[in-house]
Design a protein around this ligand. Structure first.
Ligand code: B1M
Length: 209
């Protein structure tokens, strides 16, 4: 049953995934098993396939939709079972930038990996990222698609320093024009070239792998 849930997520079959999750709950399979060995296991495979160019954006979005629908059924049970998320992370597209497709993919993959994700949206001023860090986000993800908005990533890091909380939060940056060299230059903790790698990088920076 768990393998079937995993495969339904990989195929992006929302109908099957939700049916199977309901069936698994009815058969008293634990919420933790359904989540870890079914849904998250499926999204992990999607992440790897995306990273290896075996899956493209549409497949990832369809899988993420199946994951979200199945999660909606599981959510009340997760609350009852008291399962703790892997960590609290915040993500947003930086100030002046309205591109959100890549940011949404990273957000979905992080959710799929078991993180509590605060999605701050697009055109996010540095103060909002700082506020998220003050409210408990252990990691902040910054996305930029324009060369003209990349400096706003540095502004966020400088603002975190100015507020005296730079050492309390990890910062990952990404987006088509962004590079590891730029991450090094502005003092970000990490860079990820795609949504699958963003999961690995977040886990690495939070000491989860
Ligand atoms: Co815009 N746009 N756009 N655009 N747009 C680009 C980025 C551009 C390269 C097109 C081009 O000229 N060839 C160009 C930027 C040039 C540059 O600066 N070097 C550009 C431009 C110039 C503009 C405008 C200025 C156009 C204008 O008005 N004159 C304008 C700017 C608006 C603004 O933001 N202020 C503009 C507007 C738009 C639309 C609104 C029409 C639309 C956005 C719709 C939306 O996002 N809801 C749009 C789109 C769709 C694009 C292209 C075509 C596609 C971007 C995309 O979604 N890719 C893009 C050209 C291109 O890339 N081929 C282009 C798919 C997405 C999955 O990839 O976002 O790279 P990506 O995300 C990847 C990775 O980068 C990474 O993971 C994702 C998945 O693998 N990643 C992260 C992303 N964020 C990450 C964060 C992480 C880690 C990894 O950690 C936190």
């Amino acid at each position: 049953m768990l393998e079937e849930i995993k495969q339904a997520i990989i195929r992006g079959d929302a109908k099957k995934a939700t049916e199977l999750v309901s069936k698994a709950l009815a058969e008293n399979i634990s919420v933790e098993k359904i989540l870890n060995e079914g849904l998250i296991a499926g999204m992990n495979v999607v992440g790897v396939k995306f990273k290896n160019n075996e899956f493209y954006v549409p497949e990832v979005l369809i899988a993420a939709r199946a994951m979200n629908q199945a999660m909606a059924i599981l959510q009340p049970e997760i609350a009852k079972a008291g399962i703790k998320p892997q960590g609290k992370v915040a993500i947003g597209t930086v100030k002046g930038d309205l591109h959100d497709i890549g940011k949404n993919l990273v957000s979905m993959m992080w959710k799929g990996a078991g993180f509590e994700v605060i999605d701050l949206g697009i055109d996010v001023p540095e103060e909002k990222f700082v506020e998220a860090a003050k409210n408990g986000a252990q990691l902040i993800g910054l996305s930029a698609l324009l060369t003209t908005t990349m400096p706003a990533m540095k502004d966020v890091i400088e603002k975190l320093k100015a507020e005296g909380i730079r050492d309390k939060v990890k910062v990952i940056i990404g987006g088509a024009p962004v590079t590891q060299a730029y991450a090094d230059e502005i003092g970000a903790d990490g860079y990820a070239p795609d949504a699958g790698s963003a999961v690995d990088k977040a886990k690495e920076l939070l000491g989860l792998q």
